[in-house]
Design a protein around this ligand. Sequence first.
Ligand code: GCB
Length: 623
Amino acid sequence: MKLSRRHLLGSVALFGTAIPFQLAAQPSSSVEKDIISNNSGALHVLEGRERLSLDGAWHYILDPFDVAGRKPKARRNFWENTIETPATGLIEYEWNSSPRMMLPAAWNDAEERLDYYEGPVYFRRLFTAPIEAEKRHFLHFEAVNYAATVWLDGNLVGRHEGGFTPFSIEVTDCIRSGTAHSLVVRADSRHGPKTLPGLDFDWKNCGGITRSVSLLSVPRNFIRSSFISLRNSQIEAAIEVDGDAGTSVKLNCPALGLTLSGSAGEDGKITLSAPAPDNLKLWSPDDPHLYNFTITCGNETAIEQIGFRVVEVRGREVLLNGKSIFLRGIAMHEEAFGAKGERAVSEAEARALLAEAKALGCNFVRLAHYPHAAHTARLADEMGLMLWAEIPVYWEEIDYSDKGTLALARGMMAELVRRDSNRASVVMWSVANETPQTPVRTRFLRTVIADVRRFDPTRLVTAALNKNVDVGGVRDGESIITVQDELAADLDVVAINQYEGWYGKRDPREIKQVSFRNGYDKPLMFSEFGAGAPYGNHGPREERWTEEYQAWLYEETLKIIAETPDCVGLSPWLLKDFRSPRRWHGRFQELWNRKGLTSPEGRRKKAWFVLRDYYRNIAVPKG
Ligand code: GCB
């Protein structure tokens, strides 16, 4: 079958520029993908939108040496001959008898043999959809880690790079009602200097179809994205319609007595606004008020829950709804409570993590170091937690000079911003974590920041800067550490990771010799600090790896944080111990990073209570 124009459009939409359809052995980061200026992107999975779930049992086949497509004679084109009959007679593979995996899942968790596998895996499932002829149909992936290639009935329909953000592929012309379709997805989890994250990172690389897959069906004209926010005392809805110019759009919020309507312009865009009603209740962690908005476009009616709040910086303060706030935070990976440290896939697992942050007294969570699932921000909206959301521009082993890698970072940020634009909980976008202070890195991140600001003026921009900050002066054996990183000039909030008392030469007793200063006239926060301690490892507090040492380090660090001028908050490293294949200390790590405040199962260590008490006692108005 030939690819139709619309079919191609679906894929072009993913990348922003047309790319030739060919099977690449490596991720396609060398392709220029200026997605931010593109009018399309993943569809929003809105409540009320027609959706056929494709989650469940999929067959899978490993291709550890990436032979498929590379050696034509290898007879391993796994996307072909996918609906087998006994007569098919393939020797090298057979889908029907290959093992099955329940998706979404990280293959590392689903199958013991794949615990540390990094490479390509092919997945296949068959599906039959009841198709209404006049509708448009999109295969929608919430996330595939890392590079995805997608075939429908043996035809390549799209590719996507980036393990944590959604993408949609239009398949309207390929879907037939009542016909069994074969869907093959290749997920390749390999990483390198041109991927994001790059060569080296401190968490487990969980490959596969790690979030839900579905077939979304929408009318001919439909809403591709909406961004409903409070700006300058106005409720503003920026809508992108996919379809005909002039398509009518209506937003209705009965609780506010608000109706906004209009029709899309030539470019599909429309901005509607109205003065914020007097009775508008603002969203805040203390009162996470949400409004139901009905969005109607063509024959489709969908529902979005929106919280309204204003977050801004004034001098060295962060203001929420006009009031100075202190971010009582904690950082977390997307890893579920439990002895195995599996990737958190379900909403219940995400809820459990956020509930633990609430129990700690947090009003803020740093979602490290990549976009977490869409439901996490929805839950945070409901539960009253502010979020830091980040893309995996992490550490130094990334080719910051490569145009493709930059395009990838811009695309990821755009996909994340589009996905979560309606989430009141997300107050900060982070463009990076601990990146080297080089001109090429700074140019790279400045481009991403410029995109974010253009796309979303309603949130703050930050980055976790390296702990290798300049020592600005030494006085009587005391150090004044002044944050100096030229990227700080581009950020709203200057955030630093520092590990005094753990990686440095000082022990917790000596932490008080250090004081931190911000070289920039901006708010400062501590985005990381911490120490490793397996749960239940007790001993004198002077002994590293004990819970007592970790708790002591927290006590001493919290004292200097309290004395740091203009500190607007903290997100210590981190809520729960997590899996990391680079952590080989034979007695204390065994492939776990032990800096959690809880054990893998959620047992609270001594330091948990130190932080809880600190958050309880923080004086108002900083609370
Ligand atoms: C850091 C990183 C974080 C690591 C942590 C550690 O600075 O940002 O991802 O896990 O240190 O434990 O060393």
